[in-house]
Design a protein around this ligand. Structure first.
Ligand code: NAD
Length: 304
């Protein structure tokens, strides 16, 4: 049996596949056209948030039995097309939970204390002591939008920092909320009352542009928005306007509507934004867990 690994996979994951006796072909992030060529005789494909496994790719793979997504979000896999063909889709939803939550806080600190801005200026030889005035997190209110695995970890960390925790989730888990000292409110209340709004929802129809112009206007002018979920959850044009016109104070973004973010994108021109290139799950720990978990599931799916 043949497995196509179409994104970087931890070596421990590769070993598991090879030990199971599969022929393993590795090609990093092939284009759709190339992927169509590569999948014609494979039994399994393994991807990360890239490449996209589209209907066309699935149709070009007559032997395909399983699609493995090393990570959480399944928005790059055409689940409907897979289902129609009876192809199993597996992921490793818990592998990157803690890493993403820690990055969300990394971004938050970088924005709240203007760390990236100050670093940039120091390299230019400018000592920006006055412009780098920040805020403390203790006693501030954080609004966690999407209280699932990552949202819960973010809320735990926020609680440890002495922040008040507001939560919004259409499927509220009250027991977990109590654990983190959090309170469920509606989205509008969360946006109005939070000093920090952090997004941890999946990208689905209901969350596309969930944070739009109208909702950004509900936020405090001193508020910080963190997005380590998916770029499409925020209307980027509205966000750029909000950051330029001071509807909110700053943003920390790990994900974008267009990835890679074009070098001349308006977001790159703003000093009140901290940008990272979709590295939420890019830790040694998360990648090791994802590689092992996805390889094991693919072996199980193919060998039973
Ligand atoms: P999860 O499924 O455990 O949690 C998502 C939560 O969002 C659930 O509790 C769900 O009820 C809630 N939700 C659904 N629709 C909502 C809505 N309209 N409004 C508010 N909440 C809503 O998922 P998770 O493991 O916490 O991951 C969340 C997302 O983080 C993933 O779907 C993925 O897009 C993103 N992610 C990003 C990175 C990265 O590298 N930046 C890495 C991993 C995951």
């Amino acid at each position: 049996m043949k497995v196509l690994v179409a994104a970087p996979l931890h070596e421990k994951g590769m070993e598991i596949l090879k030990k199971a006796g599969f022929e393993v072909v590795f090609e990093k992030y092939p284009s759709e056209e190339r992927l169509i060529e590569l999948v014609k005789d494979v039994d399994a494909i393994i991807v990360r948030s890239k490449p996209k496994v589209t209907r066309k790719v699935i149709e070009a793979a007559p032997k395909l039995k399983v699609i493995g997504r090393a990570g959480v979000g399944l928005d790059n896999v055409d689940l409907e097309a897979a289902k129609e063909r009876g192809i199993k889709v597996v992921n490793s939803p818990e592998s990157s939970t803690r890493s993403v939550a820690e990055l969300a806080f990394g971004l938050l600190f970088a924005v709240a204390r203007k760390i990236a801005f100050a670093d940039r200026k120091m390299r230019e030889g400018v000592w920006v002591k006055e412009q780098a005035m920040g805020i403390e997190l203790e006693g501030k209110t954080i609004g966690v939008v999407g209280f699932g695995r990552i949202g819960y970890q973010v809320a735990r960390i926020a609680n440890a920092f002495g922040m008040n925790v507001l939560l919004y989730d259409p499927a509220p888990n009250e027991e977990r909320a109590r654990e983190v000292g959090g309170k469920f409110v509606d989205l509008e209340t969360l946006l109005r009352e939070s000093d920090v709004v952090t997004l941890h929802v999946p990208l689905i129809d209901a969350t596309y542009h969930l944070i739009n112009e109208e909702r950004l206007k509900l936020m405090k002018p001193t508020a910080i928005l963190i997005n380590a979920a998916r770029g499409e959850v925020v209307d980027t044009n509205a966000l750029v306007k909000a950051l330029k016109e001071g509807w909110i104070a700053g943003a920390g973004l790990d994900v974008f509507e267009e990835e890679p973010l074009p070098a001349d994108h308006p977001l790159t021109k703003l000093d009140n934004v901290v940008l990272t290139p979709h590295i939420g799950a890019s830790t040694v720990e998360a990648q090791t867990r994802a590689g092992i978990q996805i390889a094991e599931q693919v072996v199980k799916a193919l060998k039973g």
